[in-house]
Design a protein around this ligand. Sequence first.
Ligand SMILES: Cc1ncc(COP(=O)(O)O)c(C=O)c1O
Length: 389
Amino acid sequence: MRILNLKQTESFPLDSNLSLHRPTWVEINHKNLKENFFQLSRLVSPKVSILSVVKANGYGHGLVPVAKSLSECGSSFFGVTSLEEALTLKEAHLNAPILILGNIFPNSSLEPAIKNGIRITVASIESARACEEMAIKCGLRALVHAKLDTGMNRIGVNIKNGLDFIQKILEHPSLKLEGIYTHFSGSAEDPKFTKFQIETFTNFISLLSQKKIYAPYVHCANSAALIKYPESRFSLVRPGISLYGINPFQGEKKLKLKKVLSWKSRIVFLKEAPAKTRISYLGTFVTKRASKIATAAFGYADGYRRSLSNKGVVLVNGKRVPVIGRVTMDMTMLDVTECPKVHVGDEVVLIGEQGKETISVEEMAELCQTSAYEIFCNIAARVARVDLV
Ligand SMILES: Cc1ncc(COP(=O)(O)O)c(C=O)c1O
């Protein structure tokens, strides 16, 4: 469910204003999203284009509303996972070029991609050939970006064979080589290997220019590389996670990226429990004292990890409150004994701010031993997205 264009000043509670029948939702702050785009764009020269990575439903933030906001800021390209996402952007009248970052499969998907002018990643000689054949069949020229592998070993042609690959693409008259790119294996955590990948790619681009081979867009920088390695910026950069307010270098002071997503729910049931009360499946939590226990309307089917059972922390009435017992599919129990004025209907913050307290996605990710990327992408489709503009 998507609720659009709510003014940030509008009075809360949001869910009762918006008749949410299940009070678990995320709020997307589009002002902050735009501010992040502007901050990142100030790092690069005006000649460098920005491809906003909006794949995986805009990292869980919502593909179309996110792309619309970024388009208003001047994002000149979008990066998606699949043909479906690319066509969804087209249907929403987003006119900036769209690049599918994955290897297209099956080949039948090439036809709608070519007919809609969607940019195709060619990651092997075979995929370039299949694209050429389909372009001939359509009577059109396919716009392609050649993917070279400099050490990620996911998709792409090993850069050692890159020249031959690029020359083969250029031999196909129905392919227009619009871009050449690679992807880092650890630009936030592994400076040595990142520098090696940048150098390998830079040398390759120099070799191409010696042969008078040029492409309008040469790109490799994801968020971390864009922020830390100016030499990785070439003619286009591809930020994703930083747009959504996550600085891969925590503690880095130059950028003040703003959080875009807050995740909220409500208390739907309250009870007093004497000491020694078992809570939730298998009684993995037993009260040590007379306690006040709240049940809130979120669970693992919303994307709240079951591994947060007896570990997670949420905000209620401006206080940090522990998750107790097993997280269940749709409901989770909280020990609110220390919250004197708690009521059924009170807001629970899973990610975001309440009063003076904050729970960041990074804090949740650390507790789950995962990344902010995975937490965002796993917020379930049934969780309503509310756009604050
Ligand atoms: C090919 C490619 N480019 C760019 C990005 C954006 O990376 P980040 O979110 O770290 O900025 C991704 C994300 O996984 C990607 O797969």
